[in-house]
Write a protein that binds this ligand. Structure first.
Ligand code: S3P
Length: 166
């Protein structure tokens, strides 16, 4: 059975939706950020501050390569997974790619109190989100096999919509 790979911007619900989807489909769930943190024994914030973003991106690609034989899982990725071309083919090999398409306002609201995302710390938090969204949206769209809009929908509604499509 193919995996389902969830992609989308930070704060679009990849982890909570992935976990709920796995539960309802009776499948196993893996969250790449959490798995990388476990492998490394340190948080993503610490990986970024000690080794930088490039190292983190290499860890994401290594994880995808090391898990190319997974089957039947729901996999929640990190929001920046699409920034590296090399990851796109690896994700297509893994399974169906679902883009959770959230709006700017929704993302800003979901992340307003967040201190765990290194790329959004400091001033101009809204501008940082807007810039990264503009850069990434075309790749999320072109990478996805399935696109689900998350605006004004509960986790349960999104999960049910996904189950009806898959
Ligand atoms: C990142 C998203 C984060 C995490 C890291 C970088 C990004 O994951 O991988 O902070 O570049 O968008 P979430 O999308 O789960 O927040």
């Amino acid at each position: 059975m193919k995996n389902i790979v969830l992609i989308g911007f930070m704060g679009s619900g990849k982890s909570s939706i992935g976990q709920r989807l796995a539960h309802k489909l009776n499948r196993k769930w893996l969250d790449m950020d959490t798995e990388i943190e476990k492998q490394q024994g340190r948080s993503i914030k610490v990986i970024f501050s000690e080794d930088g973003e490039t190292t983190f991106r290499e860890l994401e690609t290594s994880w995808l390569k090391e898990h190319s034989d997974l089957e039947g899982y729901i996999i929640s990725t990190g929001g920046g997974i699409v920034t590296q071309n090399r990851n796109i083919a690896l994700m297509h090999n893994l399974g169906h790619i679902v883009f959770l398409h959230s709006e700017f306002d929704q993302i800003v609201d979901n992340l307003k109190d967040d201190t765990s995302r290194p790329l959004l710390q400091g001033d101009d938090y809204r501008m940082k989100i807007q810039k990264l969204l503009n850069e990434r949206i075309p790749t999320y769209l072109s990478t996805a096999d399935i696109i689900v809009q998350t605006k004004e929908k509960s986790i349960e509604e999104i999960v049910d919509e996904l189950i009806s499509i898959i």
